[in-house]
Write a protein that binds this ligand. Structure first.
Ligand SMILES: [Zn+2]
Length: 317
């Protein structure tokens, strides 16, 4: 699995901070850092999983720390043989110690650029945040579009904040020509996926519960939507009890475009290599299947056609 070249389109910066970095910066033991940042056993809900972000966010409030965390994630992606990644984070969550949105974005880009792999950023709007705050995310995505930022997302507690509450914001993003993906069909059911697609999302974060509903899976095929599947994360938030129950293979066999991602490397205590290995063992995916999924990732990446061709050349070289 290590030799296979990969893309990763769904990975959160804050959820992927190295425990060793938490330990060092907060001056606590590694054991304690692990306990604070990782899910040790099954959580009861997405809400409980999301609480694991408190510690990383405490640290990621200065330019230096943001740069460091970004560099370290890019290095970790490199170890997984990732040839292109879209890394996401919610800019508004890093303003607690007076940083501006420009400083947050620039510090993270600076960190990523220290590592020679192709990466871009997706800025997350947050469920539960005010309209004004999420509007800022759109404004800054527009400002940095093509300069390290390639799109936006909607993240956070799906069960409590339905996707249609954010309709006006996505209409605006569409008008501004900003590509977007939406977390949907994770904690909430299939209606959430249908609504996200109808708002114009070309990619769905998770979306695995489309398997429960013909209307949703047909719409995904009809509109050529790609799912950013994060199997370990779905186990951690208790959507499925064990990997054997995960629908990724069924979705793939049903010709739905699935891609493989970690979501949160630290919170879920997983690498992309491990994810591939577990999927291969559990579902007997062939190397060819895995390459097909990476081709799906290239097709739906927020890149120009020329850049997609360059990544494809790298993938099959
Ligand atoms: Zn996610």
């Amino acid at each position: 699995m290590k030799n296979l070249k990969k893309l990763e389109l769904h990975v959160h910066l804050d959820g992927s901070i190295r425990p060793t970095t938490i330990s060092e910066l907060l001056n606590i033991s590694l054991e304690k850092a692990n306990k604070l940042a990782m899910v040790s056993q099954k959580t009861n809900s997405l809400k409980e999983y999301l609480d694991k972000f408190d510690i990383p966010l405490k640290i990621m409030q200065t330019k230096d720390n943001l740069t460091r965390v970004a560099t370290e994630l890019a290095e970790d992606l490199q170890k997984d043989n990732v040839i292109y990644a879209e890394i996401r984070f919610a800019p508004n969550k890093h303003l607690e110690q007076g940083l501006t949105l420009d400083e947050v974005i620039i510090s993270i880009l600076k960190g990523l650029r220290k590592v020679p792999i192709k990466t871009n950023l997706i800025l997350c709007m947050m469920r539960g945040d005010s309209f004004a705050k999420n509007l800022d995310v759109i404004k800054y995505a527009k400002k940095y579009l093509g300069q390290g930022v390639v799109g936006i997302d909607l993240a956070g507690n799906e069960a409590a904040y339905p996707v249609n509450d954010y309709k006006d914001l996505f209409l605006l993003a569409k008008k501004e020509g900003i590509p977007f993906t939406i977390h949907a069909g994770e904690a909430d059911g299939t209606l959430s996926i249908i609504n996200a697609i109808n708002l114009g999302a070309k990619r769905i974060g998770h979306g695995v519960r489309a398997i429960e509903n013909k209307e949703a899976s047909n719409l995904i095929k009809e509109k050529d939507i790609t799912l950013e599947v994060c199997p370990k994360s779905n186990l951690d938030t208790n959507i499925y009890n064990k990997l054997e129950e995960h629908p990724i293979k069924k979705l793939f066999d049903d010709k739905i475009k699935v891609t493989i991602n970690t979501d949160n490397r630290t919170v879920s205590n997983i690498t992309l290599n491990e994810t591939y290995k577990e999927l291969k063992t559990t579902f007997n995916f062939t190397d060819e299947d895995l390459i097909t999924m990476n081709k799906y990732a290239i097709e739906c990446a927020f890149l120009s056609e020329l850049e997609k061709q360059e990544v494809l050349d790298l993938l099959i070289k």
